[in-house]
Design a protein around this ligand. Structure first.
Ligand code: NAD
Length: 478
């Protein structure tokens, strides 16, 4: 028997959790349940992350967490419980299956059956943001090799375990050559280890357009965090409704399962909400726990119930639906269908489904790292980059010279365009004079002289070559 942690959450949470637990326990799920409280009450009691310290112990002990949606109170200072949980527990993989239930749930895409696998810990979600000048703020996009390897390998292993034929990767590496470039490169490397599974890469813009237009051409899609956040909601919505989708957040030790929708406070306490999203999360959980037969039984009974036209208000459509029911009645209908299979829609089979055990990430030997320059960012109120260049060339240390100035990435010196709009945020690139080697001492000297001449430096970024290969972006137009 598995012990799981359950949080009933806020709004419609308790109703859909009760319905979900009733269904899976009636199907024979072998579970012991330990309940914790998370969400609104915990936030309002003064806990800014929405969860008490003792609850972390329960979650970490049981390792599997089924969570209903919560309400994050309005106002500043409250941190997202979801983001905190994913990061604290290292839940690097977010898995969202989105399949249409045509003709029983309205969709423009009757043959859609895709799984979005989203990297869950990195990218712009590191939440490292700074205001640097009066006019400019920044958010750091961090992508790591272990992060990419883990999520890409997870996608291919998932495809194998769940009988999927193709893994597609979406990135924007034509623009972000370092960050998205690494994700794409790792995808190419790992794809070679899975010759039995087809692979392809699309630039995210056209890839997303194709996914929204002809989702039936996709199978498993893997992508970095932000793109996955946006596109997994799009995928769920075009499959039928965000209210029908569940998701798994998987880590090396722990896992969290949930619906993708929120706590729908306006529907709370009225026996109206659709429990399907959370039930889908619970099916992913049962497969993760190795209780495949129960998962299969629940899923087939759920599809049969949808096929029978027994629908909650959000899915109900005159002419398609047969009976409009509440949360409890929907759960009872699914329970009555346990052991039955759908007749029009395809029944599921989870024979190979299991918790995926991936090899631990192996750190490679470090590359030869060489300092080849520095970008010094400065706040400067002027408008003519030639003036700034003149100021900086006047104070550069011997052996180091100003090679370029950009404004928001676009080269403005030397040979900039007058038309280019400039803010007060300038990146000034210094490189060693031919024949000299750049050192950190040069950077210290540069900053110190700049300070002495009232140049407002706001940060530096070292420029490196790894194993002789330049590892930073050029200026746009350089
Ligand atoms: P929501 O998903 O709660 O609701 C969006 C719309 O969908 C509403 O019209 C709602 O009535 C409907 N809806 C959602 N789930 C439904 C269901 N199961 N059955 C029937 N109808 C359903 O999004 P929101 O209104 O933007 O957010 C409400 C609260 O939920 C906020 O406090 C937000 O922070 C929180 N939230 C929590 C999570 C989570 O815990 N995972 C995720 C998203 C939002």
């Amino acid at each position: 028997m598995a012990t799981i942690t359950v949080a009933k959450g806020d709004g419609i949470g308790p109703e859909i959790m009760d319905a979900t637990l009733d269904i899976i326990l009636a199907a024979g799920a072998d579970l012991q349940i330990e309940e914790i409280e998370v969400g609104e009450k915990v936030y309002l009691a003064g806990n800014t992350s929405g969860i008490a310290k003792e609850s972390w112990d329960t979650i970490r002990r049981n390792k599997v967490f089924l969570k209903a949606p919560i309400t994050t109170p309005q106002g500043g200072g409250y941190k997202s419980l979801n983001v905190t949980t994913r990061k604290f527990l290292g839940l690097y993989s977010n898995v969202r299956p989105c399949a249409s239930l045509h003709p029983f749930v309205h969709t423009k895409h009757p043959d859609m059956d895709i799984v979005i696998i989203r990297e869950n810990e990195e990218d712009l979600y590191a939440g490292i943001e700074h205001q640097q000048t009066d006019e400019v703020v920044q958010c750091l996009k961090l992508i790591s090799r272990p992060g990419c390897e883990k999520i890409v390998r997870y996608a291919f292993e998932y495809a194998r375990a769940y009988n999927r034929k193709k893994v597609t990767c979406f990135t924007k590496d034509n623009i972000m050559k370092q960050t998205d470039g690494l994700f794409h490169q790792v995808f190419e490397e790992i794809a070679k280890e899975y010759p039995d599974i087809e692979n392809e890469h699309w630039i995210i813009d056209i890839g997303a357009a194709k996914m929204a237009d002809t989702p039936e051409n996709f199978d498993v899609i893997v992508m970095p965090n932000l793109y996955g956040d946006v596109l997994s909601d799009v995928a769920a919505q075009i499959a039928g409704s965000v209210g029908l989708a569940g998701s798994a957040n998987i880590g090396e030790e722990c896992a969290m399962f949930e619906a993708i929708h929120g706590s729908a406070p306006r529907r709370a306490g009225q026996n109206m909400a659709n429990p399907s999203g959370l039930l889908q999360g619970a099916v992913l959980m049962l497969n993760h726990l190795g209780q495949n037969e129960v998962a299969e039984k629940v899923q087939n009974a759920w599809i049969k119930t949808i096929e029978d036209g027994i629908h909650t208000y959000d899915v109900y459509k005159e002419g398609i639906s047969k009976e409009r029911v509440g949360t409890k009645e929907f759960a009872q209908a699914v329970i009555a269908n346990l052991g039955h299979k759908p007749t029009t829609l395809k029944p599921v089979s989870y024979a190979n489904a299991t918790a995926l055990k991936l090899p631990k990430y192996q750190r490679k030997a470090p590359a030869r790292k060489e300092l080849v320059g520095v970008d010094v960012f400065v706040q400067w109120p002027g408008l003519n980059p030639d003036e700034l260049a003149q100021k900086l060339t006047g104070i550069q240390p011997q052996q180091v010279e100003l090679s370029m100035i950009t404004n928001r990435g676009i080269k403005v010196w030397p040979d900039g365009f007058e038309e280019t709009f400039c803010t007060d945020h300038w990146r000034c690139r210094f490189k060693p004079v031919n024949g000299y080697t750049m050192t950190k001492q040069h950077i210290i000297e540069l900053l110190s002289t700049a300070e002495g001449h009232h140049v407002d430096t706001i940060k530096t970024e070292n420029l490196y070559a790894f194993d002789g290969k330049q590892a930073f972006s050029m200026g746009q137009g350089q």
